[in-house]
Design a binder for this molecule. Structure first.
Ligand code: M6R
Length: 609
């Protein structure tokens, strides 16, 4: 939540900061702003709304000519979206400015104390206390003032600070919120995520928890909180800067839906060798230990949780291991029963979701082995885990997760096959058959996407409906939950997703003539049961939109509309059956005129609980 960028160098920083914010806008778009060091003073420009509003404010001379500064795009936590609450914030003197991502948990106490000492606050935010703390501690040394301020705050945060008396200095710090350094020649960047500076440099340094960074055009120094310098390697990232562009598509979400076959190919690459077996190199947890695992516990949020739900079916079915699953925000405040033979799998696209990280840390402190499934190299999740399984889906900008979800499903399928291999719950021939089928999915998906024509037509028929019900059984259930989440988050249409067998225990009361009911009805061992549920829906004269397996002609007579997906074995079907539901949600949102890449109130990376 919230995106930060800072620059110091020889070039004018206005455009660099603004373009960096464009790449971070997925992290929040309630307001945005820049503060730059300009001829011995700080110039501040802020605007409510997304970056288009800030762009208007910046037209003309605003912030021009400066060579160092800060940028911020906000997802509001404390204080409604307004210009006063927008970052950057200033201190009382106007000489210090900060941008912050995260939450200062003791801000009320600090604010009262600082107010009693004469500081005047101009916003309702928790972040503003940091600018006043730095002011209070400043005695000519910005690094020391920042260090002393960190000693007074609690919570989780990443922030950067500038002072008008230090025309090319940026000081940053982080605790449990992302902050990375982009190392250039005669210039340097700090940002919440790599895409913010990817068009300028690929050389990245990671800042750790409870560390500070001191940055000038000529160098970057990372310090611990006793101001001791720390060694840090520079990593060259291989991402392509074009990945953050729309590449001819009208939205990032559509581009990312169509990138799914390629993402999936990358997820599988090298992990299903021609000679047979499953190879998961970064797993890092010894096979000997994995063989002893007697329970897998999956923790995640949102779409990642839905991938975890698919994981439950494949882990039980293939690896014959007991699986428990919880949303991370519940897990972390329960008293889960874990042991050294429990494998806790944290799934997080960003690797920065506060609740998932807290759940993983809790699991580790209770002695469980922890595996992170994530898309982001070097993210916090990779540092809080014993082993890693990268989804390798590539950069995802659309707030609604699509390609990363499909990659997460594939990653957990790979894990299930790997455990089946170690635990010998499937014979090698069976594993090879599933592996061969898995390898064929990207092409099936590519063909499907090339020829898909029904989703838009169906969307046109139903987009004005006030409510959608989604029903599924077995591996079709997580697909429904994901389809329903996609529709509600980008079109704002209320949706419910239910286990089809549960419908008659309540949700059936919602159905009326014409109510759209999306049913995942792929061929498989629960297909006939799903058909019975379809009959119950039809008896209430509701409209059935089925996702079904190619070749199933009978479903046409049972449904008002059918979206066919290519035939696969049941356990692999979620990889494909989620795609028509992504498209349906996408087209409905487009027809309603919604901004699918920036749904209201959402942020892609939820670094607050
Ligand atoms: O980065 P994560 O996978 O941990 O994020 C989890 C959720 O916040 C995320 O999946 C969210 O539900 C998306 N808006 C889904 O489209």
């Amino acid at each position: 939540m919230c995106g930060i960028i800072a620059y110091t160098g020889q070039r004018q920083c206005k455009e660099l900061l603004f373009q960096g914010l464009r790449k971070l806008e997925y992290r929040g778009y309630d307001s945005a702003g820049l503060s730059v060091l300009s001829n011995g003073h700080i110039e501040l420009v802020r605007a409510v709304g997304n970056l288009d509003s800030l762009e208007k404010e910046l037209e003309g001379d605003g912030c021009t000519g400066a060579h160092a500064g800060l940028g911020h795009t906000r997802w509001a936590t404390h204080g409604r979206p307004s210009t006063a609450n927008a970052h950057p914030h200033l201190d009382c003197t106007g000489k210090i400015s900060i941008v912050l991502n995260g939450i200062i948990e003791n801000y009320q106490d600090l604010r009262e104390k600082l107010t009693a000492e004469g500081h005047k606050f101009t916003s309702e935010t928790d972040a503003e206390v940091v600018s006043h703390l730095v002011e209070k501690h400043y005695d000519g040394d910005l690094v020391e003032a920042t260090r002393l301020s960190i000693g007074e705050i609690s919570g989780h945060y990443a922030f950067c600070v500038i002072h008008s008396g230090h025309p090319d200095l940026i000081v940053g710090a982080r605790k449990e919120c992302p902050l990375l350094i982009g190392v250039g020649e005669g210039e340097n960047f700090i940002a919440s995520a790599i895409p913010a500076f990817l068009s300028e440099t690929r050389d990245v340094m990671v800042i750790g928890d409870d560390e500070m960074v001191v940055m000038t055009p000529d160098g970057v120094q990372i310090l611990d909180l006793d101001k001791q310098p720390l060694d840090r390697e520079i990593t060259r990232v291989s991402w392509n800067a074009d990945a953050a562009e729309k590449g001819g598509y009208e939205t990032f979400m559509r581009k990312e839906i169509y990138e799914q076959p390629d993402s999936l190919t990358d997820t599988l690459a090298g992990r299903l060798p021609a000679g047979g077996g499953i190879v998961l190199e970064e797993l890092a947890i010894p096979d000997k230990e994995l063989a002893k695992i007697d329970k897998v516990y999956i923790v995640a949020c949102g779409t990642s949780y839905h991938a975890g739900l698919v994981g439950r079916y494949v882990l039980e079915n293939w690896a014959r291991v007991a699986v428990e699953l919880d949303v991370a925000s519940e897990f972390r405040y329960r008293d889960p029963v874990l042991s050294p033979t429990t494998l806790v799998v944290g799934i997080s696209q960003s690797g920065e979701t506060a609740d998932t990280l807290a759940a993983m840390r809790q699991a580790r402190s209770q002695g469980a082995r922890v595996l992170a499934i994530t898309n982001i190299m070097g993210s916090q999740a990779t540092r809080d885990a014993d082993g890693i399984l990268y989804t390798r889906a590539g950069l995802e900008i659309g707030v609604a997760a699509t390609k990363t979800h499909v990659a997460q499903i594939a990653a957990i399928q790979l894990l299930a096959l790997y455990l089946a291999q170690i635990r010998q719950t499937m014979d090698p021939k069976e594993i090879s058959e599933v592996a061969a089928e898995l390898k064929s999915i990207p092409d099936l998906m590519r063909n499907y996407l090339k020829n898909e024509a029904s989703a838009y037509e169906i969307a046109k028929r139903y987009y004005q409906q006030p409510f959608f019900l989604y029903l599924g059984r077995g591996v079709g259930l997580p697909v429904c939950l994901e389809g329903a989440l996609k529709l509600k988050e980008i079109s704002y249409i209320p949706t419910e997703a239910y286990a089809a067998g549960e419908m008659k225990h309540g949700p059936i009361a919602l159905l009326d003539k014409g109510s759209p009911v999306v049913v995942v009805a792929n061929d498989g061992h629960v297909y006939e049961k799903v058909v019975s549920n379809i009959e119950e829906v039809r008896a209430r004269r509701a409209s059935v939109i089925a996702v079904a397996t190619e070749g199933n002609e009978r479903i046409k007579s049972l449904s008002d509309d059918v979206m066919y997906i290519p035939r696969t074995s049941e356990m692999l079907s979620p990889l494909l059956s989620v795609v028509p539901l992504q498209l349906l949600a996408y087209y409905i949102a487009q027809l309603k005129g919604c901004n699918v890449d920036q749904p209201r109130n959402l942020a892609k990376t939820v670094t607050v609980e």
